[in-house]
Design a protein. Sequence first.
Lengths: 394, 228
Amino acid sequence: MIIDYLIAFLVIFSVVLVILLYFLPDVPIVIDKKKTLPSISIILPVYNEENSIGQTIHSVCNSSYPKNSSFELLVIDDGSKDNTYNVAKTIAKEYPNKVKVYRKENGGKSKALNFGILESSGQIIATLDADCIVGKNSIELLCQMFSDSSVMAATAAVKIKEPKNFLEKMQQIEYLFILFNRKLMANLNSVNVTPGPLSVFRRKVFDEIGLFDTSNIMEDQEIALRIQSKNYRIVTNNQAIVYTIPPSTFSSYVRQRVRWNRGGLRNLINYYYLIHPNYGDFGILIMPLWVLSVLAIFAVMGLVINNIITGNFFEFLKYGLLIPIIYGIGPISILSIFSIALGLIWTALGWWYYNDENLTLWNMFLYFFIYPILSTYVWLVTLFKELKMEPLKW
Amino acid sequence: MKEQEIKRTISLKIIVAALIISLLIFASGVIIGLAFSQASTNSLSNELDSLQAQTSFLEVASQSNFGPSINQTKLLCPLYSSQLSSFDNQTELFRQKLDYLIQTRGLTDPSVLSLQSSYDYLQARDYLNIKRFDYQCGFNFNSVLFFYSPNCPDCDNQLTNLAQVKKQSNFSVFIYSFDGTSGQTAVNALKAIYNVSNSYPVTVINDKVLYGVYNQSEILSYLNQSSS
């Protein structure tokens, strides 16, 4: 079928493009280390985080931000039902004039972020997630990038530290490849998400384009798309590390990823107009590839479901393994093999790029061949919830 | 343009390079894939030629006149009987491979259509051979002709029942199935011999013509009647 060939070509083109981008020199960012760093407000929305809030506050307050630059951390308790507020207030006493704790009625992460932004005074605003640990010099590294006047937002390298099980290990590798891709996309000024764990913005961004969208469950992606729509620059710094805690159970993993998928689909639909030459590489390359990749996922799922419903899938089982292997090799199977080979090359590049992350060959094998099965299941659940028109929620 | 807006650029060189490389990889994949497809068709074609050759030899041998001092029946009957089961297995395996190609490529593929036609011809010859040797040698083989049409659910059911009977049978049952609508000479000839109409499925069990679907025990009872 023609659609099989289209999907094959799309996959090949995407991977070839990413591999070529790897060999592009990084776009320079003018960093003036002598310049005094701007004042920064770090907004930390929290909800029922009494066990993790302490380490987050300590990691931020013990970071290397210069003493001669203004620094404040605003903890916004979004109506926690546990002891989060009191724990935060107690810890704040250790950092007088640095940590301010607010309490508001529960309204969701975006509303908490917006509350903090309005209460803040810094020239630079950082958003942080409550279960994260910030690297010692991460905030300083990110803020240095704003000495380049073209930079309006900067993203940190979100990583997972010391994974405890197979699922966390797979996510650890996945996050590294997300960083790898984001580094490549930054060279095309095509970063399409400012991750919740740690991202930094010029205050001017919020003054001009507004605050976080409180109706959006992927507000970190939505604001990045809004920034892109204004032709502002988003950069990334893979040395500015923030460690996050991933979902450790299958159900919480699925819940998180379905939210990402559903929110992402809505953002894609709302920002379809960015598919335009006016937005340069982002408009004619990254956005269309994003759309096509989503369509390809649904096309493949549709084909598989159709084959199962019509019984075609079970029809082929009656031939055993040998006959399909010997007599089934044709253009599509060869193109599939080529796509897998290109994917392996891309994976090898990423593995080599992160050679200090102790990624074993076995883990890479599992990530490449087993993890996609989980992703496929997540997309099936996404499709199911969309067809059921289930309300969106965190 | 605001002070901090950036000038958007399009990395045409990268895009063009990616497109060219992708097209080259894509074209290579298609060419190699088509070569493999052709190779598998050729392999099946060679296999079919080999089966045709086996059938041909015995067919010609049974029709030749070696002179009054040579007892053809005594010579060829045991030979035919001993190779029949093996030949049936080979043709069954071939049929599965051909079925797979038909499922994946369809009969619109000329090479697959050609294989199907040649296979029908082989089956027809094999059926006529088994009838001849059955008569000449006094064997009691059960030969079944089955005519179906495409997209005929009853035909699928009947074929399944026949396949089950073949598996379960204590005596030899040889099934020859044909698309009755194919218009091929060999198929039309067989239909004409038994005066088969176009009402599918049609099963001919040891020269008895049956229309419609018959369950396994009914098929077995017809086979038993013919044997006794």
